[in-house]
Design a protein around this ligand. Structure first.
Ligand code: AZA
Length: 301
């Protein structure tokens, strides 16, 4: 007899914008985010017995997100996601866990005539700052922070040689190649006991995001990369060293290939190796390199 072995439901793609108006300086600060809320608990009968009495409507979840955004800070995203995730098991006894993902989109303040503009912003890239929180009754709060969609490229300082060569191999070794990727980096915090523990660590979240972003960019730019694997491992280790409250770091990096174009056929034109200037960016297929680096000793929180 089949049985319901897992169930989770909620509202995805809840879009939300909040403005903070500083009356003293007449400066606005804006936040735009996309939120997903999924609930677990004693909801089996809604699937197996058509029993809607256990369903908190997904429309009510959307309302809750708007209401809690009005009543609480929405930054840093780790805090807002924790406030949301803590709300549902506290409010509904039959809901045991809430999974909340907050994706924060960039609205960077404009500089006009050399000065930060008080109320105008620009979308400078598809990069997002994310927070994923799971609040399970009796099991504390798990917070994962991340950066997604950060597109980077270096025009030298990357090699790839010494890999397996056999009858399936056509790729040439290279000591100088273009390296480009779209960063997906995540760092998981030591578990928090309660929402108050999250609240008492608020400044850590922005600091860690800044460190993780600077480390990612700095290592990408400065490392004499022998592979995506080796470079990403360095990044993850540096984040663990910089943020003692983080337990685990993971990266997922697509290898966005740029192929040399042989132009020898056209009047002997040289465009490969040291003469390569014009390349063909590839959209697919791309390599996809992932890793998780975990702290072995127990952490601080
Ligand atoms: N890692 C790289 O950095 N580059 C590659 C790989 C790999 O695993 N495979 N092809 N090119």
């Amino acid at each position: 007899m089949p049985e319901l072995s897992a169930a989770r439901y909620g509202k995805d793609n809840i879009r939300l914008y909040k403005v903070h108006r500083d009356e003293a300086t007449k400066t606005h600060t804006v936040t735009e985010m996309t939120v997903c809320v999924l609930l677990e608990g004693e909801i089996q009968s809604s699937y197996t017995d058509a029993d809607n009495s256990v369903i908190v409507a997904t429309d009510s979840m959307k309302n809750t997100v708007y209401l809690l955004a009005k009543q609480n800070p929405v930054t840093p995203p780790e805090l807002f996601a924790s406030i949301l995730a803590s709300h549902f098991p506290a409010k509904y006894p039959h809901i045991h866990a809430a999974h909340v993902k907050v994706i924060t989109h960039r609205w960077t303040r404009m500089t006009i005539d050399g000065k930060p503009h008080p109320h105008s912003f620009l979308r400078d890239g598809a990069e997002t700052r994310n927070a994923e929180v799971v609040c399970r009754r009796g099991a504390g709060i798990i917070v994962r922070s991340g950066i997604q969609g950060l597109l980077v490229l270096k025009s030298t300082g990357s090699a790839f040689y010494g890999f397996v060569r056999d009858e399936y191999t056509s790729l040439d070794e290279t000591w100088d190649r273009i390296l480009s990727t779209e960063v997906d980096a995540n760092w998981e915090w030591c578990p928090f006991g309660t929402l108050n523990d999250v609240k008492s660590n608020i400044p850590l979240f922005d600091k860690a995001w800044e460190s993780a972003r600077n480390i990612t960019l700095g290592t990408f730019a400065n490392d004499n990369s022998v592979s995506v694997q080796a470079t990403m491992y360095k990044m993850a280790n540096e984040i663990l060293a910089a943020v003692p409250e983080v337990n685990r770091v993971d990266y997922s990096l697509p290898n966005k290939h740029y192929f040399e174009i042989d132009m020898e056929w056209h009047k002997g034109l040289k465009n490969t190796g040291k003469d390569a200037e014009v390349y063909a960016p590839q959209s697919s297929p791309s390599g996809l390199i992932k890793c998780t680096v975990s702290r072995t000793k127990t952490s601080k929180l």
